[in-house]
Write a protein that binds this ligand. Structure first.
Ligand code: DX5
Ligand code: ZN
Length: 221
């Protein structure tokens, strides 16, 4: 069985109690905290920046996975690294110089990754596999929590799994959007190993019960 990681997205957490929310979800079994950054420009919503990343950093030991849905990306990357991010991903359409942005993330001591919207082609991977630590496939259009899983993402995940295996590199394959207990095994069978879930976890009263149910599904995938 691959190493599966569950990454709750704070987008559906109670922002008035964010420190407590991330502590509770890690105690409930989360492996990673997924931190959605939106700018009301690249996506039609506005969330949080490095100050909030820095504020939650002392509350948890697990990696903080910063998903940048912003354009441009380079100026803010060092700020997130200083704020305690461990992983930083961005959308290739949002950077004029993708190779440079990936290198900038690594130069700042973080793991680097690209994010693919449902209609973004995978050819952006062609010349940068050696600069990637993680690839994130969106199974919804970015901007909002609580949307339905777009099943065409499964084929895309399989295509990326093949590319990673062919490369022989250790690259995480993350899926984000509409992941729930009912479909997490489908994403795992397609080849994902890291699962973002916002509303499915923070929208329920018992985070531990949801995470355990997800792990039970993954164990049978
Ligand atoms: C969407 C974000 C997701 C979102 C997922 O733009 O990138 O991380 O929080 O939320 P759910 O799991 O509710 O689809
Ligand atoms: Zn996200």
């Amino acid at each position: 069985m691959p190493t599966y990681r569950i990454a709750p997205s704070i987008l559906s957490a109670d922002f008035a109690r964010l420190g407590e929310e991330v502590r509770t979800v890690v105690a409930a079994g989360a492996d990673i905290i997924h931190f959605d950054v939106m700018d009301n420009h690249y996506v039609p919503n506005l969330t949080v920046g490095p100050l909030v990343c820095e504020a939650i950093r002392p509350h948890v030991q697990v990696p903080i996975d910063v998903h940048l849905m912003i354009k441009p990306v380079d100026r803010i990357i060092p700020d997130f690294a200083k704020a305690g991010a461990n992983i930083i991903t961005f959308h290739p359409e949002a950077s004029d110089h993708i190779d440079r942005s990936l290198q900038l993330i690594r130069d700042n001591g973080c793991k680097a990754g690209l994010v693919f919207n449902p209609a973004t082609p995978l050819h952006y991977l062609d010349h940068v596999m050696d600069k990637l630590d993680i690839i994130l496939i969106m199974s919804v259009n970015p901007g909002f929590g609580g949307q339905s899983f777009i099943s065409a993402a499964l084929k895309k995940i399989s295509d990326v799994r093949r590319r990673i295996d062919d490369s022989g590199r250790d690259i995480m394959l993350e899926v984000d959007g509409g992941i729930k207990v009912e479909n997490i095994a489908d994403a795992a069978r397609a080849g994902a190993d890291t699962f973002v879930a916002g509303s499915a976890i923070f929208g329920k009263p018992d985070y531990k019960a949801v995470i355990e149910a997800m792990r039970a599904q993954l164990a049978q995938a």
